[in-house]
Structures are given as C-alpha cells and as structure tokens.
Design a protein around this ligand. Structure first.
Ligand SMILES: Cc1cc2nc3c(=O)[nH]c(=O)nc-3n(C[C@H](O)[C@H](O)[C@H](O)COP(=O)(O)OP(=O)(O)OC[C@H]3O[C@@H](n4cnc5c(N)ncnc54)[C@H](O)[C@@H]3O)c2cc1C
Length: 572
C-alpha cells in the first residue's frame, strides 16, 4: 500500500533548472507555497554540478557585445531550426541571471579590473562564456541551494525514483515513486509539476554524461501522452577524453587550445577558416571525424581513434588558473599532464537538443505541468546548441517556469485526486510484474548492446542503412527486455530494479530517436545524413514531434517560428 504525500507543487529534478525554479517559487511565495523537490540522487549529485565551461550572457554591450549578436549566433548555430522569438527572450533574460547569482554570492572568475570574466566559446561571435574557472555548474548549484535554504518551506525527497506521471488525459494528477533507501512506494499529489530531469546522454556508450542521466523525465512524459520534439538532434561534443569520454570543456579551446591531427596540422583550417577550433560543435565534430576516417587520426583503444587537443603552448599558469579541473582529470584518468603533453580526444555524445515539447513559457500540453532545463524543448537550440547556452537556459527557464507555476497556484486550483487504483496498478507493475520476471535475458547485457547500437548507427555521421538496421536492433532489444530477470528481489535500495526502470526509459527514447532520425531526409546541425548531405529548407524546415501510440512512435511536424532572420548558408 503506497504512502501518500501532498504538496502545492512538485519539482521533479534538482539540477540547475529545478533548483532555480524552486528558488523563484519560494521567494515569490514568501512561505505560502509548499514545495516538494524530488531527486533520484542526493540533491547535489545532480548532473549539473559537472558543467564546466560557463554560462552564456551578454554582459558587455559597451565593449561590443549585443543581444542581436547573441541571438544571431544562436540561430545560426542552430542551423536555423530554433524558434526565433524563444531565442530573443533567452538572450535578453540571461544577463540578469548572471547578475542575480552574483548577488547571491557566486564566485565568478574576475578580470583584473574586478568585472566578471568571460571567455570565448564555439560559435559565439563575442567572448560571453561567464565562468567560475572550469567549475561553473558546481558553483551555480551550490549558490542556488544555499539561497533556497534561506527561503525555506520546501521538502527534499532525495533518492526518490519517480516511475510515472499520472494524468486524467489532459490534467496532471500526481507522481508515483519509489523511496529507494526504504523501498516504500509513494503516491505524490500536487496541483502543479515541473519536470526538470535533464538529458538522455547515457543512451550512448561513449558519452560525457554521468551514468545517472537516463532520460527518465522524457520517457515518462512521452508515455503520459506528451509530445517529444526534435529528438533526432543529439549533440556530439568535439572533445571527449579517450577512452573514458570525460569532457574536456570547450573552455580549453576558448582559452586558445588547438586541435591537431597526426601530422601536427591544425586541421580546422580546412573546414572553418575563420572560426577554426571555435566553430560550432556540429562542424568541429564532423571535421574531427573526417580527419579520423580519412586516416589522419591516431589509433585508439577499441576503435576509439582520436586527434590531439593541444594546450601545451598556453603555459602552466594559464592552465592552472582557467582549467584546473581539466588538468586534474587528465592526470588522474589518463596519466597525462596537459601542461606538457597533448590530450587524446574524439567526438562524444553530450547533449539532447530535443525534449518535452513546451511553449515559450515552458508550459506543456498537460494542464498543471511545466518543463525546464535540458528535458524541455522550447526550440531554443534547434538542430545544434551553442556551448554555454544550456546552463543559461536552465537559469532563464527555471525563473520563467517558477513564476508561471507561482501565478498558476495563485489562481487557486484544487489538488486533484490521485486515484488509488492508478497507484496500485503502478506498484503492481513494478514490484510484482517486473521484479517477478524470471526470464533468460540479462538487463545489463541489453543496456550494453543498446549503447553499442547507438554509437554505431546514430553517431556523428548517419546513413539510412545504418539507422534502419539500428532501429531494427532497438526493437529487438525491446522484445528481449520483456524476457529479463532481476537478480535482487528485495525492496530496500534495489539498484538492480532502478537500473531496469532506467533501461526501459532508454529503450523507449532510442526508438523515438531512431524513428525521427530515419525520417529526416536532410542534413541539418547535429543530424548529418550521408545520403542527404545538404540542408533542405523546402521540405525540412520544420520541427519533429513524436507521440506515443499502441503501434509505436507516431510522427508529426510543426513549423519553425522565423521572426527576423531567413536561413542562410552557414560559413565560419
Ligand atoms: C560534462 C558536461 C559539462 C557541461 N558543461 C556545460 C557548460 O559549461 N555550460 C553549459 O551551458 N552547459 C554545459 N553542459 C550541459 C548542462 O550541464 C546540462 O544541460 C544542464 O546542467 C542540465 O541541467 P538540468 O537541470 O536540466 O538537469 P540535471 O542537472 O541533469 O538534473 C536532473 C535532475 O533530475 C533528477 N531525476 C532524473 N530522473 C529522475 C527520476 N526518475 N526520479 C527522480 N529524479 C530524477 C536527477 O536526480 C537530477 O536531480 C555540460 C554537460 C556535460 C555532460
């Protein structure tokens, strides 16, 4: 029998987006709103603490930056699939988020004149990556949590794994969840929900993401009837450390690092003569893979061939000051000191441009539900996100959704009933049906195979043949998932069970991505289709929408909102 808890609002996810929204609601409500914040991890272990390079914002109009320039960079970086009104709102709101964090005590890196420091980042026409050395996400998270504690009136649900979003078709009713340490099943009632569950990076084997980032929020929203938008656009960051995939922040190139092939050439000259290493990520990743595929890379372990990221000319002082984490990671995980030696890197799965479809306020189609941060797709990033625009997005839409939720709660909605039968059915599905399975398949083998398929068939370069085979394989893995067994049959801290629930989510999202990617017969941003190598604005300047149906993912499309800039050829 489930234990029932009730709040005015539930914030599902305590990364940057969830915490920023919680702070905004708490400060507007002045104690009058009862907030529940839920994380399957310890709060400060949310993936956002890993963000390194910075947060993009226009902070120096008097020195040459402008909202128009940031908006143009973002739209061009997005290969013109971003909604331009969303981009405009974003660039105008981002600077205040940086200033607000400054007031709340965030130790931003500073210039000699005492002003907040900013460094160059890929695809940005002005140095606007606001940074706390290379520990930006950690500092942002810590500052937000410290601030939230001051406002109070929230309850933490750490290590509580949400398993479903319950609705009556059009309206949010509540969440079901497992309290991992105690094994209790929870029915969580609320008037409003913010989904802030982050990305889907561990769909891939070679990824920068924490192993905890498994797309749960996207998958639950999809199964609850919400549309997923643009799921085929998965960003490959150019510089994943070989062989672990740990991120070498774009800040390395922002500080002046070079990419070199095995002949010692700065090969970006061939692909982006002006921007060189600081072209947008889709372009740099394709360039690196071209070098590797044409035999100008280094042979790496398990097929992970690579090129060099060379920082040696920057000198020890600059590396110590601006990239201390990068140096520490290289030394600990690879035995390389980047002050003295180049770093082996290759493109790595990094960010999901797609997500739960929302309007410009982060509101979903389900009454009472908003989404914020990486899980949302308000169409800010289009086909390719610019570095540093994501943490800023989390902050901007954390604030926007927080305000929208506050307004909604002021209008006096009642807490809807969460029918016991729905909660009981979910508890039975998990603790009887799933846990009771005694099939032959090992879920960890399925997860491993899924990652291999995604790496092979939905990578930097894609073909119809590979994607078709990949989709078939994903569907076969879904079939095999029906025949798994879970070794641990207990309720208390059952990590086997949690891993299986995450795998179920990843399998659904892999199929969604596969269907959407196979259908998009053009190359745009991060979706680089060898059979259709050109962008095709006549037929494909539109967003993909994917909905759940009994027969599998159902595709639909909607127009891109172009308000100011007509798409042009991208040159860097
Ligand atoms: C290594 C790395 C470095 C990066 N550096 C930068 C950078 O410098 N600048 C930049 O702009 N972007 C950067 N990014 C991207 C950026 O960090 C992320 O997009 C952003 O932090 C996501 O924040 P979020 O709040 O949406 O989600 P997250 O921080 O991922 O938080 C998700 C939350 O949801 C919870 N959750 C998920 N599923 C469940 C469930 N089933 N039940 C309960 N809780 C659940 C988790 O516990 C967690 O609390 C980087 C990404 C990576 C991988």
């Amino acid at each position: 029998m489930a234990e029932v808890v009730a709040h005015d609002v539930l914030i599902l996810g305590t990364g940057l987006a969830g915490l920023r929204a919680a702070v905004e609601i708490a400060r507007a409500a002045n104690g009058s709103i009862n907030i529940g914040i839920v994380s399957k991890l310890q709060l400060m272990r949310s993936h956002s603490v890993c963000a390194e390079g910075g947060s993009a914002a226009v902070m120096r109009e008097e020195e040459g930056d402008s909202f128009d320039l940031h908006a143009w960079d973002t739209n061009k970086g997005a290969d013109f699939l971003a909604d331009q009104d969303v981009v405009d709102r974003f660039v105008r709101a981002a600077p205040e988020e940086i200033r607000q964090l400054d007031r709340w005590g965030l130790p931003w890196s500073r210039r000699d004149d005492g002003r907040v420091k900013q460094r160059p980042f890929g695809g940005h026409g002005y140095p606007r990556a606001t940074m706390a050395a290379d520990k930006t996400g950690f500092m942002e998270m810590q500052t937000l949590y410290d601030t939230l504690v001051k406002f109070g009136n929230f309850t933490r649900y750490d290590e509580v794994f949400v398993t479903s979003i319950v609705s009556d078709g059009g309206r949010f009713l509540g969440l079901t969840a497992i309290d991992l340490p105690g094994g209790r099943f929870l029915a969580m009632r609320a008037k409003a929900l913010l989904i802030a569950t982050g990305g889907i990076g561990t769909l891939y084997g070679f990824t920068t993401y924490s192993q905890t980032v498994t797309g749960d929020g996207q998958a639950m929203a999809y199964r609850a009837g919400l549309a997923l938008e643009d799921p085929e656009f998965l960003q490959f960051h150019p510089t994943g450390l070989v062989p672990s995939g740990i991120l070498m922040t774009e800040g390395c190139r922002g500080e002046g690092g070079y990419l070199k092939n095995k002949d010692g050439e700065r090969f970006m000259e061939r692909y982006a003569r002006e921007a060189m290493e600081l072209a947008p990520r889709d372009i740099v990743s394709r360039s690196m893979m071209t070098e590797i595929l044409e035999g100008r890379g280094f042979a790496g372990p398990n097929g992970l061939d690579y090129v060099h990221l060379d920082l040696t000319h920057l000198g020890a002082n600059r590396i110590h000051k601006a990239l201390p984490l990068v140096r520490e990671v290289c030394m600990k995980y690879r035995g390389i000191d980047p002050v003295l030696e180049p770093i082996p890197v290759r493109p790595v799965a990094h960010y999901s441009m797609g997500g739960v479809e929302t309007d410009i306020d982060g509101k979903t189609e389900m009454a009472g539900v908003w989404a914020g941060g990486e899980v949302m797709c308000s169409s800010l990033h289009g086909a390719n996100r610019l570095g540093c625009n994501s943490t800023s997005e989390c902050l901007v839409w954390g604030t926007i959704t927080g305000r929208e939720v506050f307004k909604y709660l002021q209008s006096g909605p009642a807490t809807p009933d969460l029918p016991e039968s729905r909660v009981d059915a979910e508890e039975k599905r998990i603790f009887s049906d799933l846990l009771g399975k005694v099939g032959k398949e090992n879920p960890y083998a399925i997860r491993q195979e899924l990652r291999t398929v995604m790496d092979r068939c939905f990578g930097v370069f894609r073909t119809a043949k590979a994607m078709g085979e990949g989709l078939e394989k994903i569907r076969a893995l879904k079939e095999r998932f029906g025949n798994i067994s879970i070794q641990d049959k207990g309720r208390v801290y059952n990590t086997n069970l949690k891993n299986v629930l995450e795998l179920e989510n990843l399998l659904d999202l892999a199929e969604v991505m596969g269907v959407a990617a196979l259908a998009r017969e053009e190359s745009r941003g991060a979706h680089s289709h060898r059979d259709f190598p050109k962008r095709d604005d006549d037929n494909w300047l539109k967003h993909t929408l994917v909905r759940h149906s009994a027969d599998g993912p159902r595709l639909d499309y909607k127009p891109v909102r172009i308000t100011r800039w007509k798409p042009v050829e991208r040159k860097y």
